[in-house]
Design a protein around this ligand. Structure first.
Ligand SMILES: C[S@@+](CC[C@H](N)C(=O)[O-])C[C@H]1O[C@@H](n2cnc3c(N)ncnc32)[C@H](O)[C@@H]1O
Length: 190
């Protein structure tokens, strides 16, 4: 796929969850405003957000992690089709076990929603001073196309618990913006 509309269409037709436009616009404006030059994404899916970030500025260094081989293969092909495979490094692995030495200005956590707290703890050491972590889907509205009610309830409970705990964390400033996309948490280190 070599245009963004085609990726959006594929995602919709194949039930691949990708960040909403409003969330991506927020990420792009943050990168511009803060002059950020590095971006780490946990949960690539088919590469939509990474491609949007890369297209903003060819000097932004991007690392993105995806464990689903089928999606990662499509993402890799998309990066090649957009001629962005030199700019975007795709790690095909479970992010729970990926160790990175590099630091990033912006970290976007958008993988398994049950693992938000784990990924925040794990990758916060990869944040540059003055950097920002964004966690997507704080409202969990994008996930329930055909899920059973019991499953929905369970996930909402886990998510509500996570939100509560997140706001209590003393080491971070946390702002939850439920009005952006599917709700995002904006996190900086104190
Ligand atoms: C919401 S989608 C990501 C969308 C992408 N950030 C975008 O906006 O284009 C979440 C992705 O995270 C991946 N994922 C979930 N748990 C993961 C893990 N432990 N390690 C790596 N990828 C994971 C899923 O396979 C899925 O493709």
């Amino acid at each position: 796929m070599n245009n963004l509309e085609e990726i959006e269409k594929y995602a919709k037709e194949n039930y691949v969850p990708i960040a909403r436009k409003q969330t991506i616009d927020f990420i792009l404006s943050l990168i511009k405003e803060k002059n950020f030059s590095s971006f780490l994404e946990i949960g690539t899916a088919i590469g939509y957000t990474s491609i949007n970030v890369a297209l903003l500025n060819k000097n932004i260094n991007i690392v993105t992690i995806e464990h689903d081989l089928e999606r990662a293969t499509i993402a890799k092909k998309n990066f090649i089709d957009f001629h962005l495979d030199n700019q975007i490094k795709l790690i095909i692995d479970d992010a729970m076990f990926v160790e990175l030495n590099q630091k990033f200005d912006l970290i976007f956590i958008d993988a398994s929603k049950k693992r938000n707290d784990f990924f925040l703890n794990k990758f916060s050491s990869n944040l540059n001073e003055g950097g920002i972590i964004i966690i997507d889907n704080m409202n969990l509205d994008d996930f329930w196309i055909d899920a059973k009610i019991k499953k929905k309830e369970k996930f909402h409970k886990i998510n509500d618990e996570f939100k509560k705990e997140l706001l209590k964390k003393e080491e971070y400033n946390v702002q939850i913006r439920e009005d952006i996309g599917d709700g995002i948490a904006i996190i900086t280190k104190k």
